[in-house]
Design a protein around this ligand. Sequence first.
Ligand SMILES: Nc1nc2c(ncn2[C@@H]2O[C@H](COP(=O)(O)OP(=O)(O)OP(=O)(O)O)[C@@H](O)[C@H]2O)c(=O)[nH]1
Ligand SMILES: [Mg+2]
Length: 375
Amino acid sequence: MLVTSGLFKTFANRPLLSRRSILKMRKLNPFANIPTLMTAEEIIEFSHNRSTRISMKSSLRMKKIERTRIREITRLQEFTKQIKIKIGDVVEQFPSLDRLHPFYIELAEILVGNDSLKQALGAVYNCIPPIGDITDKHLQAIKLAGDFKQMKKSRSAAKGRISSILRATAENIDFVIEAKKTLSKLPGIAPNSPTIVCAGFPNVGKSTLVREVSTAEPEVAYYPFTTRRVIIGHLRVDEHSVQIVDTPGILDRPMAKRNKIEREAIAALKYLAHVIIFMVDPSEACGWTFEQQINLLNEVQKMFPMNPLLIVLNKVDITPPEKLEIARKKLPNSQEIIAVEGVGVEKLMRDAVEQVDLVPLQESVADYLASLTDR
Ligand SMILES: Nc1nc2c(ncn2[C@@H]2O[C@H](COP(=O)(O)OP(=O)(O)OP(=O)(O)O)[C@@H](O)[C@H]2O)c(=O)[nH]1
Ligand SMILES: [Mg+2]
């Protein structure tokens, strides 16, 4: 528990953000707003049900065959209309990848593959013209049909052929649905809030720190690779609303050898970090040596030379004095914390926010607010 008063004590008793506003933050993920999408079979069944339930108005004085003709035409039109709406939903409700925040573009690439996603969306969309053609052709046949049987036959032939087109692209629809499921779990990012990204080897205590200072509740465990995706927490540092990003641990190895989870962490550093907190565990209780952690630190500094970076020695409560001495000598500009007890974390957050150039962020918020009143 926290020993400090003021800023962080408030978090323990009263969360910074209500559940509602946290849900709202999630909505900042463009994939979280996509409505539920139907599979090919669901679309067919839904459209069929709609088409059989449609009521049509026709005069009772009309001949029975003409009333049947109108009914068959209306049913087929309704079937096609619903199919097109639902196919349109799959494609149009998906945010246009090119216009997204680069973090989401990169994550979509890592998690689902942007080319595969675009190809699946394109294939689904390409079903619409042939469906229109089949409908027109069969509507024409119904209009010209001389008896009931022919009318019904044309209507059901059209529905059968349209259903086949849809079934042929079922895999593409499934791909889009899966992609939506995966991407909607990504955190929402407030693009103009100062953002601290916490990185380091697995098991060094990143999630412990993020839990301690923010609204996020990432899992903490004594074993490595606990955090498997990027998690965002929110906190207030004086008058600033700040985001802190917990990342999966990264190992000291070449980029080409990194797995999807590590690449997610790198994407957070690359696209979200205004300031990086690089956490080192000098006790080596994490399972990796101090030297290995230094190598990773050097690599991260090389990858992001423009980013302010704070080095933090965590777990100083269990670090033997001789190891702590070596760490202090090697990293003279580091801060020491005990994340698990909240010791040193308030100063760390203040120092991190101080590193962020807030002026451009504030200006972009001001521009945004001004653009709202201009309308
Ligand atoms: N003694 C001590 N233990 C700590 C401290 N901070 C974290 N730990 C412990 O270290 C272990 C790993 O903590 P996590 O926060 O899960 O580490 P992580 O860096 O998020 O790990 P990954 O998600 O696997 O990358 C847990 O058992 C924590 O309780 C600390 O300051 N002192
Ligand atoms: Mg973690």
